[in-house]
Each structure stands twice: as structure tokens, then as C-alpha cells.
Design a protein around this ligand. Sequence first.
Ligand code: TXA
Ligand code: MG
Length: 313
Amino acid sequence: MSAPVVPILPETVALAVEILSGGGLVAMPTETVYGLAADAANPDAVVRLYQAKGRPRFNPLIAHVSGTEMASREAVFSPLAERLAEKFWPGPLTLVLPVNPNGTVCDLARSGLQTVGLRCPSHPAANALITEFGRPVVAPSANRSGHVSPTRAEHVAADLSDRIDLILDGGPCDVGIESTILAVEGETATLLRSGAIPSDVLETFIGKSLERASGLAISAPGMLKSHYAPNAQLRLDAAAPEAGEGYLGFGPGVREGLNLSPEGDLAEAATKLFAMLRALDARFDRIAIAPIPWEGLGEAINDRLARAAYRDN
Ligand code: TXA
Ligand code: MG
């Protein structure tokens, strides 16, 4: 049975709420990538979700909330955490905070950690779904574990159709790259995953540098070196393709393959990254990728590309 793909309407959101209440799995659009939602308080639903994605259970899930009121029931907010939520929510910032002992997010969803990842998505469909459900939903990216993240409903269907109950189709995601993850302990913020909000924007707001784990180190448990992996082999920092390679270009003057942004705009490149990787992956065994500047969103794009290119063997 493949999951129905339905437009966002009051009645399809109501159906999604009913499915979540029954322990089912619903793919929903967010401003970053599509998420696979399940009732965060229901361990059976969370087990199903881990199984559907083929995700190792040591990798905790982000609980998605409708606002700061719901969030404050789940975690203990330091003054810095409060300031960050006030400034960047709703939006693509995930805060990893000490769990509130009275919280509803089940142990399994947190992989038994004493912290919980919280995010308040700005996408109206995601927000409506969580608001009507009335409590947090966990929502990892709606792809098979280790695969490229989905930015369109058809990407979700290609990866998970026979394993989930419903796909809410909100069209292509605006941002196209996952949320930035910060662990906040007291007044210290550590970057666990670069993402949709560039780290320099956060540093300017906080007024000091973020703590960070270097390069490909596993900082969030789920930040495995090999991730976002297409089947094709990737060659990074390639000025031009070699014979037999598909090409993912960036900036003006690229005449072959696909171009993340002919104008050299990093926001446009982030939006198109995963869809273009999937498109090239369907046609080539090897993909060469142009150098991407490291400023702004370039940090998150380069992070995803490094993980997509990494092979254990
Ligand atoms: O933009 C996003 O964040 C998307 C959309 C759907 O909201 N979600 C997403 O979820 O990217 P996922 O499961 O693909 O990635 C969540 C990351 C994992 O690397 C996980 O290890 C980390 O968040 N994480 C979650 N809870 C954590 C915790 N308590 N401590 C450390 N890392 C945590
Ligand atoms: Mg993911």
C-alpha cells in the first residue's frame, strides 16, 4: 500500500491529526525539508518511525512544537535559550536543552538522553498540524536513514511511500536545507549541526563565537560522517566534469549539467541542492560538484556535500 499524497486543506490536516493520534506516520512539509511526523509521546509510534526510516535508535529525534508555551513544558530554558527562541522561532533553529522532567517527549524519541531537541517550524502546514494535534510531534527528515533529505513530496514518496500513512504535499520547501542545531547549556551555545541559519548570524545575535566540534566529528549523535548519501560517487571542488560524470555547477559560466545558482546565490543553491543531487543520482554513477564558497549558507551546503561524498570503505 502506498501512502496517499494529498494537498494541504483543513480536512487533510484533520485526517493527519487522526492518524497521529492512532500512532501513525505522516509526512509534512516544513520550511527546511519534509519531516516524518509521529506522536512524540507514543513509544509505539516512535518505534514505527525508526523502523520506517531504518534509523538507528541511538540517534535522537527533534520534537516539533507550535510555540514557546508548548516548548516550555518539554525543556528547561536558560535565559540565552529563551532569547534565541524569541528571536528565531518560528523558524529553522533547533535548540537542544535539558529535558523538563514533566515533559511528554518519550525516552525512546530522545534516545534516552537527558536533553531534548526542540524546533518550532514556520511552515503554516506544519504549524497547523502541531497546533491541532495539541502536543509535540517528532519529525526527522522524511527520507530513508542516510539518504538525501526530501524537499518535495515526490522525494518522500520515492523513499517511504509503502512504510507510512499519509503525505501532505505543500510543494517544494523554501529553504531546502535542515535547521541549524544549537545545544544550549546556561549561557554557552554549541553548534551541533550547521544549517539554515548561518552561524555568523547566530554569533552576531549572541555576541560571541559558538563553541563547535571541528569538521566531520560526530557532534549530534546523528551526524554520522556518511550521510545525505546518493548512490553515485561524488567528487567535490571540481572546476569541470570529466568524461562520464554528471555535473552540479554553481555560479555564472557553467555550460554543463545542472546549476545550483547561475547567479551565485547561496540561498537559491540551498533550496535546489537536494533535488538536484537526487536528479543527477538517477542518471549518473559519478557526480562532480563545483566549489561552493564557505560564507553564510555555504557552510551548511559544504557540510552536507562532505557527508554525501564520504565513503567508509
Ligand atoms: O530542519 C530540520 O531540522 C528537519 C525538519 C524535518 O524539521 N529535521 C531534521 O531531523 O533534520 P533529523 O532527524 O534528520 O536530524 C535531527 C538531528 C540528528 O542529527 C540528531 O542526532 C540531532 O538532531 N538531535 C536530536 N536530538 C538531539 C539531542 N537531544 N542531542 C543531540 N542531538 C540531537
Ligand atoms: Mg535527516
